[in-house]
Design a protein around this ligand. Structure first.
Ligand SMILES: CCCCC/C=C\C/C=C\C/C=C\CC/C=C/C(=O)SCCNC(=O)CCNC(=O)[C@H](O)C(C)(C)COP(=O)(O)OP(=O)(O)OC[C@H]1O[C@@H](n2cnc3c(N)ncnc32)[C@H](O)[C@@H]1OP(=O)(O)O
Ligand SMILES: Cc1cc2nc3c(=O)[nH]c(=O)nc-3n(C[C@H](O)[C@H](O)[C@H](O)COP(=O)(O)OP(=O)(O)OC[C@H]3O[C@@H](n4cnc5c(N)ncnc54)[C@H](O)[C@@H]3O)c2cc1C
Length: 673
């Protein structure tokens, strides 16, 4: 039998090989769990190998040494080369293959086609009529045109009903007049809007006969297809550097009474007829499909960002030696410290959990998308609630995990050589885009309050909120039953979420009966409401993890996932235990049990730590991290990496003659006086 950890190679750092030899499971079989099939895991590696054989697709130098302009150019250069090889490298109809190709070749900092693939094409697929698809979608898919999704304005992002860009129907000419009447009405933020795209789906407030019909989607050509010059009545540009994600030209757009044909409104579900008659869609929020598309996929991208940072941190922690546990023995790998394990391992478990919850979410999304094709909208509310909660909780916890990964690398974590700070910057954008996290938690809370009301009225609720009408134990059975089952944990999570949902509901009801208007009462309860949403979502994540472990057949993979799940349940429960202590559902003795199970779990995970992160099969090319190198040879490569610094081109910088020398000379002169 070969090595179970598939990353072992001759010449690797012995400390990392030692880790890999301890693996109790086949890392490539584990990759099949993470990427949802063995075929998908195989394809990722095949794509990476093929890319490595194409010299023009390699980074010209480490990305942190590029200026913003060079980053934009480098991403565009690679997109050009990729287009030549695309059909040889991937199945272009497979989103996961395309995403992987992007991560390996270009990385997370963006590229001119980022929004084209992530939102422009999906919005046309979901909202364009067949005729409109012929006109734009097929050209977009062939990349004859490049588009983006332009919704957010300088003054409004969260509250779509107050978008100031107007699309006023002119019956006489059968045109819409698109206008940005104020500075704050300018589109501000859309990815690739600034310089790359020549088309955009613009979301504007529809006005017919002076009546406001709310946000609707319109196809707008922004630039000449040959010269790329902005068309008349259009002002467009880049919004400037951001915290990260700087290979992308997030942009602004000002429309000055721009006229577009009536047929440029995306009309698959909603219509404006020639005479200005408005025909409602089957569901008022069908036009929000592009946002739901991204939200549904964000769990997996966040899991990927988190796993990338942890791969870097755990590999580095296995070659970094510092200090002693036993003073008579050599310095230990920092991974031996319990604090280091506690800092990293629960986040490894979360990365797996987000990936499994993500797979379930994408399945529900695909079902709802198919239903919507035929005008069936029943599950839209469930999907919106689920994706709103997950989007918020997963991005927030990912942020925490990446930052812990950075700190766990000590000083070198702060260097861009770790690349963790860039991953952090990219990932935390997710707390804001596709719906600011608090705003989205409050969307889920609306759904939860409706369910709570139904239960209070004696009705049975089912599906994602079914537990609200299920029987509850007054006291948790954790450590109170002979058999060790995850059900006791999941029931405790259910209890906690249920209690908080009803606490928020009762508070809201009390304020409403005291006569407070709904919106004011809602605001005064909103912290409690967001707590309810978080607890409900964390329950879902834990359940999704348990469902996956339950379904795994391979004994060694099941055992390894079972260890991670055990850690996850104990760690997460400790994190929210105050809710269960408050009403005596858990007692001090059970808390001690949970804590000791957590510490036991850390020890159990320790031998497989490197293998759990290796199983994500993230190549050196896609990690772009000196600390996270597969071979563990960090130090000599840190030194090589620093040679790229432009400050090292000369021994003496011009600033010496200009500023430092006069400063020191004058100081010396003064001290002689
Ligand atoms: C392939 C995936 C790739 C992932 C990412 C990859 C890499 C990452 C790297 C870089 C980033 C790359 C891309 C990022 C791109 C980012 C793009 C954007 O950010 S686009 C702009 C996104 N903007 C928002 O999300 C705005 C948030 N606001 C809203 O969504 C709405 O304003 C809000 C808050 C939902 C309220 O809407 P409104 O129309 O005012 O609501 P009402 O009060 O009228 O009605 C509320 C009822 O409507 C229900 N509802 C709302 N939305 C939906 C929906 N989508 N589906 C079903 N139902 C919905 C809601 O539940 C209420 O129902 P009840 O009244 O409670 O019954
Ligand atoms: C990297 C990145 C990429 C983006 N890409 C795109 C894109 O491609 N296309 C596009 O159209 N947009 C894009 N956006 C914009 C993004 O979607 C919005 O910034 C986001 O939806 C938040 O809206 P806002 O900026 O108006 O925040 P605001 O709503 O102004 O948020 C400010 C604060 O107000 C709070 N708040 C607002 N409303 C409420 C409420 N009702 N209840 C309680 N609290 C509230 C928020 O919680 C937050 O704390 C992008 C943004 C980023 C950062």
């Amino acid at each position: 039998m070969g090595n179970l950890n598939k990353e072992i190679r001759d010449g690797d750092h012995p400390d990392i090989t030692e880790e890999r030899l301890k693996s109790t499971f086949d890392t490539h079989k584990m990759a099949a769990q993470i990427y949802n099939s063995q075929r998908a895991a195989d394809r990722r590696n095949e794509i990476t190998s093929a890319v490595l054989k194409i010299p023009e697709l390699q980074d010209i130098k480490p990305l942190p040494f590029l200026s913003r302009e060079e980053k934009v150019e480098e991403a565009a250069r690679k997109i050009g080369i990729l287009s030549e090889h695309l059909y040889d490298l991937v199945n272009v109809n497979d989103g996961a293959e395309l995403y992987h190709l992007n991560n390996v070749v270009i990385g997370g900092e963006g590229n001119p086609l980022a929004l084209h693939g992530v939102m422009f094409i999906p919005v046309l697929q979901a909202q364009a009529t067949d005729e409109q698809k012929k006109k734009w979608l097929y050209r977009a898919m062939k990349r004859e045109i490049i588009g983006t999704y332009a919704q957010t304005e300088m003054g409004h992002g969260s509250n779509l009903r107050k978008l100031e860009t107007t699309a006023t129907y002119d019956k006489a000419t059968e045109e819409f007049v698109l206008n940005s009447p104020t500075t704050t009405s300018m589109k501000w933020w859309p990815g690739n809007l600034g310089k790359s795209t020549n088309y955009a789906v613009v979301v504007a407030t529809l006005i017919i006969n002076e009546k406001d019909y709310g946000p609707h989607s319109f196809m707008v050509q922004l630039r000449d297809e040959n010269t790329h010059k902005p068309l008349p009545n259009i002002e467009v540009g880049d919004i400037g550097p951001k915290m990260a994600y700087n290979a992308t030209d997030n942009g602004f757009l000002k429309l000055n009474h721009l006229r577009i044909p009536r047929t440029n409104m995306l009309m698959k579900h909603v219509k404006v007829e020639k005479d200005g008659t408005y025909i409602k869609p089957p569901h008022a929020k069908m036009s929000y499909s592009a946002m739901v598309h991204v939200r549904a996929h964000m769990n997996n991208t966040m899991a990927y960002f988190l796993a990338s940072s942890l791969t870097i941190a755990v590999r580095y922690s296995s070659i970094r030696r510092q200090g002693h546990i036993n003073p008579k023995e050599p310095e230990v790998k920092v991974l031996e410290y319990q604090t280091q394990q506690h800092r990293l391992f629960p986040h490894i478990a979360r990365a797996y959990a987000f990936s499994f919850a993500g797979a379930e979410t994408v399945r529900l999304y695909e079902k709802v998308k198919k239903d919507m094709e035929s005008g069936e909208t029943e599950l839209m509310a469930d999907l919106h609630a689920l994706t709103s909660g997950l989007k918020s909780v997963v991005t927030y916890l990912t942020m925490q995990g990446i930052e812990q990964a950075r700190q766990s690398c000590g000083g070198h974590g702060y260097s861009m050589a770790s690349y963790i700070s860039e991953i952090y910057g990219i990932a935390i954008g997710g707390c804001t885009y596709e719906g600011e996290n608090m705003v989205m938690l409050l969307q889920l809370a609306r759904y939860l309050m409706k369910a709570a009301k139904a239960v209070k009225e004696g009705k049975k609720v089912e599906g994602l909120v079914g537990y609200l009408s299920a029987p509850d134990n007054r006291h948790s059975l954790i450590d109170r039953t002979p058999e060790k089952s995850y059900d006791t944990y999941l029931k405790t999570f259910e209890h906690i979420a249920r209690q908080q949902i009803f606490r928020a509901f009762d508070k809201l009801e009390k304020m409403l009966t005291s006569g407070l208007p709904h919106s004011e009462a809602w605001n005064k309860c909103s912290v409690e409401l967001t707590r309810a949403s978080r607890l409900h979502t964390r329950l879902f994540i834990a359940q999704a993890f348990a469902r996956r472990v339950h379904d795994v057949v391979d004994f060694h993979i099941k055992e390894a996932l079972d260890d991670l799940l055990h850690l996850h349940l104990n760690y997460e429960l400790l994190d929210v235990a105050s809710y269960a202590l408050e009403d005596g559902h858990l007692c001090g003795e059970q808390m001690n049990f949970i804590r000791s199970e957590l510490y036991r779990s850390l020890g159990k995970i320790r031998p497989n730590a490197v293998s759990y992160v290796d199983a994500w099969e993230l190549s050196d090319m896609e990690l772009r991290s000196v600390l996270g190198r597969r071979d563990g040879h960090v130090y000599e490569n840190l030194y090589k990496w620093a040679q790229n610094s432009s400050l090292n081109r000369t021994d003496v910088l011009p600033v010496f003659e200009k500023y430092l020398k006069p400063l020191m000379m004058s100081a010396r002169k003064n001290s002689k006086l």
